[in-house]
Each structure stands twice: as C-alpha cells, then as structure tokens.
Design a protein around this ligand. Structure first.
Ligand SMILES: [Zn+2]
Length: 298
C-alpha cells in the first residue's frame, strides 16, 4: 500500500477530476456522492493510512470563487484495495481491464481506474466530521510523524514502550520485528514506560524507527502493511536484523547475550546491557539499589 500510495502521489497528485463513471458499486459507501461531489476537485495529495489510502481533494470551485453549495470544503476519497483492488492511471484510449468498476477522468486526458475482481475493497467520499471519525481510530504514519508529535504521543502515555509502538492508535503499521529493532538501536528497554522516556530518547527512537522502516521497505520493495506481523519473515530484510530472533546470541554492540521477554503479549528481544531495564516502580523505597555486578561494569 505504501508503494501504491507513493506511485499515485507521483502520477496523479495535482490533477483535477473531470468526471466520474461507475460500474458495480457494492463496495462504495455512497456511490451518488462520488458522482456528485468529485468532479471539479483537484487531487492534492495521496496518503497512506494503514491499510487504506486517502486521496486528499481540494475544495470545489477554487479558493477564489468559493462556491456555497457545501463543496467549498476540502474532502477526501478513501480507498481500500481489499485483496485484489488496483487503482492506477491509464490512457483513456486504453481498453478497460475486466473488473474495472470506477473511472475518474482527469484533466490531463488520462483516467484513474479502479479495478477489483473480488470487490473486497472499499471506497468512500468523506468530508469534515465523517473523515475525522474515520481517522481517529488511526495513529500517526511513522514515516511522516513530526518529532514533536511523536515525542508527545509517546511521553504522554504510561504504557510500555513496546506496546505503544505496536498500538495502531499511536502509530500505524509498525510490526513486532521493527519495534524490537528500533528499540535496540535506540537503546531503550521494551518495558520502559512512555512517560519515562526523555525528549531526547523519543527523538532518537523516532529517527531509528524511520530508518528501520525505510530499509525494510527498500529491501522488500513493498509496503509495510504487507508484512505487518510477519514473524521471522524470510528474505532480504532478515539480514539486517540486529536483535530480533537472536535470543542467546551475542549483542552486535556489546557482546552480551540477547534476551527475550513477552511484552504486550509479543516476543520482545533486547540486550540487557545496552537496553537497561526500567527501575522498579513498587511502593518499597530502596535506598541502596542492589545491582548485580557484571552488568554495571563496562
Ligand atoms: Zn548490547
């Protein structure tokens, strides 16, 4: 989905939708709304939200004219490709593939076509409150989230950092492997609480998380969401694993044996030395913290 969204951003952002033609519409929330409200709007941006895309659309009638029929508001077209959906621009002269159900004529003479043999996807025209409602269930895109936004959403939550990284309401599309790899790189124990992280740690975590995800996308040439929870997935990316799946093996940084614990119901791999465990937060006050020797000395 990430690669599809990026491809569309390159190929159709900036184009205006001239007209809409529909075939089968059982996967569309309100087909009439598409026909009525899309023509005249410009596709400003194509964004990925977890498993679906949003085509951000301009207000109709341009800012200068400012039409008064409810179309003066920006809107979005939500597209979920389901299992078999495809959305791609084609030359208008090109014959439509079988199972093409939506044709958006663009102002450059091409057509953006939606093809889906099984129609498990979904398409919806959304504005204002409806769009906000759809989006509240989703956290930020880890590749687009700003440093401040990231730090704020992590440091305002008391849950364990591993759980926060996997929480789709906080960040979209971060799988188990990528969470472990990022925490190792940032030297943060998976059980640390979001509220315990410093601003600096949050910044580092965001940076390495983005790096890990970008590398994974490059290695796979496909979307993050495609392999969201691919435990121990084969292939190119595995060669980049620094900690995931390496229980008992030596930490690449310090040589300590990697450990595995269950956090948020998921296997979590970490280096007990590079990623120090959080302090106990029990009621008992320990004036002299007892530390195992061997860990402290470096
Ligand atoms: Zn280590």
């Amino acid at each position: 989905m990430e690669t599809v969204a990026r491809g569309l951003q390159k190929s159709v952002a900036g184009r205006r939708i001239v007209s809409v033609r529909l075939g089968k519409t059982d996967f569309i929330d309100d087909p009439a709304a598409l026909e009525q409200h899309l023509p005249g709007r410009q596709i400003e941006k194509v964004e990925r939200y977890g498993k679906f895309m949003l085509l951000r659309l301009s207000a109709r009638g341009t800012s200068a004219a400012g039409s008064e029929n409810g179309d003066a508001e920006a809107a979005s077209l939500l597209v979920h490709l389901g299992m078999t959906g495809q959305l791609a621009p084609c030359a208008t002269a090109e014959p439509s593939l079988k199972h093409t159900h939506v044709w958006f004529a663009l102002d450059d003479g091409r057509e953006l076509r939606y093809t889906d043999p099984r129609r498990f996807g979904r398409m919806a025209y959304l504005t204002g409150a409806l769009l906000a409602e759809e989006l509240t269930a989703f956290g930020a895109d880890p590749l687009l989230v700003s440093a401040n936004e990231f730090a704020e959403s992590i440091r305002s939550r008391n849950a364990q950092i591993k759980a926060l990284l996997l929480n789709q309401g906080v960040l979209r599309g971060v799988g188990n492997i990528y969470a472990d790899e990022s925490l190792w790189r940032a030297k943060i124990h998976p059980m640390r609480r979001g509220t315990e992280l410093s601003k600096k740690q949050a910044q580092v975590l965001r940076r390495v998380l983005q790096d890990v995800l970008r590398k994974a996308i490059l290695a796979r040439g496909s979307s993050i969401s495609d392999f969201l929870d691919a435990e121990g997935e084969p292939g190119e990316y595995q060669r980049h694993h620094r900690v995931y799946g390496r229980e008992g093996k030596r930490c690449y940084r310090c040589g300590t044996a990697i450990r595995r614990v269950i956090v948020a119901g998921r296997s979590s791999h970490f280096c007990p030395k590079c990623q120090p465990a959080p302090r106990l937060r029990t009621g008992t006050v320990r004036t002299k913290p007892k530390r195992r020797s061997g860990l402290g000395a470096s």
